[in-house]
Design a protein around this ligand. Sequence first.
Ligand code: SF4
Length: 322
Amino acid sequence: SKNLLEIKHLKKYFEIRKGFFGKNVRILKAVDDVSFSIKKGETFGLVGESGCGKTTAGRTILKLYEPTSGQIFYDGNDISKFSEKEMFPYKKKMQVIFQDPYASLDPRMTVGEILGEAIDVHHLYEGKARSDRIAELVELVGLKSDHINRYAHEFSGGQRQRIGIARALAVEPEFIVCDEPISALDVSIQAQIVNMLEEFQEKFGLTYLFISHDLSMVRHISHKVGVMYLGSLVEYAGVDEIFLNMLHPYTKALLSAAPIPDPDESKKSERIHLQGDVPSPLNPPSGCAFRNRCIYASKICSEEKPVLKDAGAGHMVACHLY
Ligand code: SF4
């Protein structure tokens, strides 16, 4: 199938002002030259520690932030410079599910009002069709019809995330950015939400950008996986390829840091543990941004920034070891 989304050299920089009257301007390169594509009906898992730029990347793709430069092709159209008016039809096609279902739903609104509001923005249904649609959405995400008139604050985290999913689905989108949709939830609820997202992908032909800090979690839902570090993609490949043949030292360390044990015990000896802290994105190291934490770092790593190279069959990696 063809690409629904293609990101080319996407950059999102923020100006950070400090000092008297904000005289000292520093540039935070939150997303620094990121390129990848997502095929229609597939999931791209974007993984990295907090502060690596993955959430900013997701928001920039949705045009919640204006890109600093680069291109965002949605169904072949470059939307990166579209005005708000030009973006309007795309805001229906492109939706988001937020990490925190507590913060992202207005507690003073009922479920019916939350879903109705989403439907009304795009004038999709009116009158009886509108209330039927709300009832349909509520049922779809496994809530009960008498939940429609209850307030968001009356629900548990898992139920709220179901409401968040129903809100995203209300406008019949094609593409959804799922920004850490399960990390604020109880472990017992996480699988339910992931299964639900997978079921809807199948049912409605949805395409996902699934953002997570947990590499083992994206394994279940993704077709392709990209790993981000300090604003750059350091590795990406098909999900099976990346788990069978992990190349970048950071990707290996991320998997080792995951709470879920690697079922393949034989790989234990290869495990690398993350040492040190993520450097400040305002002051990234020269050369490879991972070098202060990498056990393989050599002279060239401080001199030259490694670029993404094809290590075979489209497995891309940015590391001087390859
Ligand atoms: Fe480590 Fe060097 Fe590879 Fe960076 S380029 S990940 S420092 S070996």
